[in-house]
Design a protein around this ligand. Structure first.
Ligand SMILES: Nc1ncnc2c1ncn2[C@@H]1O[C@H](COP(=O)(O)OP(=O)(O)OP(=O)(O)O)[C@@H](O)[C@H]1O
Ligand SMILES: [Mg+2]
Length: 213
């Protein structure tokens, strides 16, 4: 499957979730490619400071011709993940055209709920050309033991895009793992952070194969 992690809002967790879901998918011996479509090159930076063996290749392609580039890679990989840029609409549009599933990370804050309108609108426009496109919100940085995650899920329901039941909590382990080009899955595979990521990867695999939507 081709998964694009997109949100025009910056700092919501696109790179963190793309890297971690990519790592989780390799656990099933799947061949995974991560395309860094962000001119900031954060996923490339992550790969560059990695000490451990490569889990999956990361290539940079921050161009609005991404949807033309991806088909050439499809025969070689089970899953291709795209880490999208904030703001740049033409890149996000190209990523949507290339994707089977658009994953929209949102933080549990009303600002994030309002800001999601931009990406929801882009997906709506792209759906005219790419009818089969599926999309889902994933709540990231949920504060453990608070109700706000639930409130945000209800607020997001107004967009007519499903909210995945897997959500990712706020944990310093994510920032710590990034500093060494690692992932929480490698650092502590039995941690809550790892479990949440594995549950997200499983749900995305199911979501991709579900019919409808
Ligand atoms: N679940 C989490 N728990 C703790 N920290 C997190 C979590 N998710 C992301 N972060 C941290 O938040 C910051 C922003 O995350 P990230 O870079 O993944 O967002 P982004 O959407 O890719 O940002 P940009 O729009 O700039 O590309 C990073 O420092 C990251 O380590
Ligand atoms: Mg990023």
């Amino acid at each position: 499957m081709v998964l694009a992690f997109l949100n025009q809002k910056g700092g919501v967790g696109k790179t963190t979730l793309a890297v971690h879901v990519a790592a989780a998918l390799t656990r099933h011996r799947a061949k995974v490619l991560l395309i860094d479509a962000d001119p900031q090159g954060s996923a490339l930076d992550w790969a560059a400071c990695r000490v451990a063996a490569v889990l999956f290749p990361v290539i940079g392609f921050p161009k609005a011709t991404l949807h033309k580039e991806i088909p050439a890679h499809l025969p070689h990989y089970d899953h291709i993940l795209i880490d999208g840029p904030p703001r740049v609409n033409d890149l996000a549009r190209s990523a949507i055209m290339a994707a089977d599933v658009v994953v929209i990370p949102v933080q549990p804050s009303p600002y994030d709920v309002w800001a999601a309108k931009d990406i929801v609108d882009l997906i709506g426009e792209a759906a005219i050309y790419h009818e089969a496109i599926k999309s889902a919100f994933v709540i990231n940085r949920r504060i453990v033991n608070t109700a706000i995650g639930r409130d945000v899920a209800e607020a997001l329901a107004g967009y007519n895009i499903p909210v995945l039941s897997a959500h990712i909590s706020q944990r310093v382990a994510f920032a710590e793992s990034a500093a060494t080009g690692s992932t929480v899955l490698e650092n502590d595979p039995t941690s809550q952070a790892s479990r949440e990521i594995m549950a997200l990867a499983e749900e995305l695999l199911d979501f991709d194969t579900e019919s409808g939507r």
